[in-house]
Design a protein. Structure first.
Length: 487
């Protein structure tokens, strides 16, 4: 198998991306070919981690009005300042302040048990152990948020390291994740960064050919949030096309075992509490941010069968992505399909909480590392972030009607949907026209593909895919791909 040599210098976005080059001017301009890279201190990993932690800290500052008073002065203030977070509120209403054990102890309110997956519940519980047990409830809620912020900051560092190292020759693409405005705004709304960190670690393992470890991390990530299991579906069609069934089986085995290790004890001893997440997700009506809410509000139809519609649309979109995988002229990259499948799940879901954008940001940095497209998408997400809080401010302000009316909120939902669809369309174009894919311009096949990188196709559904393909030329070099032996 002939591949691009790993010892070639890293790709510099300032030499390929106009927006990156323009943005580098305040640092002295684009990096030249004779610039010294990989020195003792300013390595890509260290720079990206520090930038990501800096953006995380800015997000904490953005929550300062809520931390000081708005979380505790009624609903309206936290919405007008756009600094809402689930974390301090759930400390008391989900029993952590009273020392209740998640899933085992029944809650006194409308929610009988904690409605989060087991590993996220454990994360929340550990944070409660580190929270002072004395003082006013306001002080304890503030400290609970602060402890969780520290733990989520550690998850941020893990994500940054994994995204940098997944594409070995493109470490600076991880700055897309680190500098994403929506990341800073939403990082401490909920506990999603835990599942994202585990997913990012899994993708790094897959890129290194460690299929069993990939499965272990994806199983753990699925025990923290449901969406990471979709990556197994992505690998199913990719391994089908490449004939890599042994690698896929290893990944599924690792995922199943790690998921069971986390979930089985709770399933056995606290079944009613364990299943609450799944029944709640099934029974939950259409909610904020979804395309179904937009349709319902515009049409006046309550869409009581929205669960069926959302499931059907998700399956339809995933089937379309599978067909794209098997008919594309060149096997899509793992990160491209991972982004598309997770985006499809988000677009078809019954609810779109603002922090769900975090699921996509690391995947977008790997799937389409172009600043212009990334920032267009982020602009739509920032509009939605502001839109939902101002809409909630409007609905909670009574006769004052301070905030964004329903028509304005519908425009914010449309901005989110259209921006996400735009980035999906660009990724699909890269799959159909692989010469447009910036990651493949240097002759690479699939830097995050692990055993799929450079592998031969054994099952395709189109003549274009059956035709022999070469990697895109770069600096006079042409690299053959598709000559690896199958498992």
């Amino acid at each position: 198998m002939t591949k691009v040599h790993e010892d070639r210098p890293p790709v510099l976005p300032t030499q390929q991306d106009e927006v990156a080059a323009a943005g580098s001017e305040f640092l002295g301009g684009p990096m030249g070919r004779y610039a010294r890279l990989g020195g003792h201190w300013p390595t890509p990993v260290r720079v990206v981690v520090l930038v990501a932690l800096g953006m995380f800290a800015l997000g904490m500052v953005q929550k300062l009005p809520c931390y000081d008073w708005a979380w505790f002065r009624g609903a309206g203030s936290q919405y007008t300042h756009a600094c809402y977070s689930d974390i301090p509120h759930l400390f008391s209403v989900r029993g952590f302040a009273d020392g209740l054990t998640p899933y085992f102890d029944r809650l006194p309110g409308d929610m009988e048990y904690l409605e989060y997956p087991v590993l996220t519940g454990l994360f929340m519980e550990v944070a409660s152990w580190l929270t002072p047990g004395s003082g006013s409830m306001q002080h304890r809620e503030q400290m609970y948020w602060m402890v969780n912020a520290g733990m989520l900051m550690a998850c941020t560092a893990v994500i940054a390291v994994c995204v940098v190292r997944t594409h070995r020759r493109r470490p600076w693409d991880a700055l897309l994740f680190a500098l994403a405005p929506a990341f800073a705004l939403t990082a401490t709304i909920n506990w999603d960064l835990l599942a994202i960190a585990l997913t990012a670690a899994g993708m790094l393992m897959w890129s290194r050919g460690r299929t069993l470890l990939f499965g272990v991390f994806i199983g753990l990530a699925t025990a923290a949030k449901l969406y990471p299991v979709l990556l197994l579906g992505v690998l199913f069609v990719l391994c089908w096309r490449a004939g890599k069934w042994r690698a896929f089986g290893s990944a599924v085995l690792g995922a199943a075992v790690s998921w069971l290790v986390v979930n089985l004890p709770v399933m056995i001893y606290a079944w009613d509490g364990w299943k609450k997440f799944y029944t709640f997700s099934q029974e939950r009506p259409i909610d904020f941010g979804s395309v179904w809410l937009l349709i319902s509000q515009r049409s006046g139809n309550p869409l009581q069968d929205a669960n069926t519609y959302a499931t059907g649309l998700t399956l339809l979109l995933c089937a379309g992505i599978g067909l794209l995988t098997l008919t594309a002229p060149r096997r899509p990259r793992f990160a491209q399909l991972a982004f598309l499948v997770v985006a499809a799940f988000i677009l078809a879901n019954k609810v779109y909480s603002p922090q769900y954008v975090l699921w996509l940001i690391p995947l977008a940095a790997l799937a389409r590392p172009r600043w212009r497209d990334f920032l267009i998408w982020q602009a739509g997400e920032v509009v939605y972030f502001l839109g939902i809080w101002f809409y909630l401010a409007y609905t909670t302000s009574g006769d004052k009607h301070q905030g964004l009316p329903v028509e304005g909120y519908q425009l914010a939902i449309a901005a989110h949907l259209l921006a996400t669809l735009y980035l999906c369309a660009v990724v699909v174009r890269d799959i159909l026209l692989p010469e447009r894919d910036v990651v493949r311009r240097d002759g690479s096949d699939d830097p995050s593909g692990g055993v799929l990188d450079g592998a031969e196709d054994v099952f395709v559904l189109s003549d274009a895919a059956r035709a022999p393909q070469d990697a895109a030329p770069s600096e006079g070099q042409r690299v053959e791909w598709g000559t690896a032996p199958r498992d």
